[in-house]
Design a binder for this molecule. Structure first.
Ligand code: C5P
Length: 224
């Protein structure tokens, strides 16, 4: 059976990651969370107090940035590592969420991370979610999905996730963060979030999780 590339793009907090993870598991594919890579780069820049207007320092920092994914043997979940340290929790903090879209605007950061993402997907059999996967990272992906959902519904889902992880955040704070990130991500000069012309739209506002996965599995099976 031929292996394909599945690109899932869309606004922040639409359920791209959880859906992509489940689809990858069903197909026996590798799941790659490209947002986690931008988040890990952001955490590193925050830790190193990198001045975002200083391109030389950014380039130096990028050379020391090693991002990898490993499966937690206890939970079976994939976790993000930055220079050998498990940063899965840290990269989901509001501090990183508030800063990540500024880092993601930088051409040099995108060039490096897009290259790494293309390497990770070069043997196909991957499900990757993000903002520019169907347009820039894998413009030839066999299946491109563009996910959307109502802002308030997205914020409530995200709040539940954060509370389950022990982070107390108000709904207003999350709405502000999602809305701000969508604006910056959609209007930046470097590979903005846009719907690929050949993407299939999936609005998850009123779809439950199993239906989201089912819908994408159907689309994938038509192409395999
Ligand atoms: O997917 P997630 O919401 O974790 O992504 C965090 C941020 O990383 C996004 O708001 C966006 O600024 C950036 N990002 C990006 N391109 C991608 C994936 C994420 O610019 N392919």
């Amino acid at each position: 059976m031929q292996k394909i590339v599945i690109a899932i793009d869309g606004y922040s907090g639409c359920g791209k990651s959880s859906t992509a993870k489940a689809v990858a598991k069903n197909l026996g594919y590798t799941y790659i969370d490209s947002g986690a890579m931008y988040r890990a780069a952001t955490l590193y820049f925050l830790q190193q107090r990198v001045d975002l207007s200083d391109i030389d320092t950014i380039n130096k920092a990028l050379k020391h940035l090693e991002i990898s994914f490993h499966t937690n043997t206890r939970t079976g979940l994939q976790e993000t590592y930055l220079n050998g340290e498990n940063v899965e929790q840290k990269i989901r903090s509001m501090e990183v969420s508030d800063f990540v879209s500024e880092v993601s605007k930088i051409k040099e950061v995108r060039r490096e991370l897009v290259y790494q993402q293309q390497q990770l997907g070069r043997s196909k059999g991957v499900v990757m979610d993000g903002r520019d996967i169907g347009t820039v990272v894998f413009p030839d992906a066999e299946l491109k999905v563009f996910m959307t959902a109502d802002l308030e519904i997205r914020a409530k889902r995200r709040q539940k996730e954060l509370i389950d992880n022990g982070q107390e955040v108000t709904l207003e704070e999350i709405i502000r963060n999602l809305d701000e990130r969508d604006k910056v991500d959609s209007t930046r000069a470097e590979s903005p979030l846009v719907r690929a012309e050949d993407a299939v739209d999936v609005d998850t506002s009123y779809l439950d999780f199993d239906d989201q996965v089912k819908k994408i599995m159907e689309l994938a099976n038509e192409r395999i």
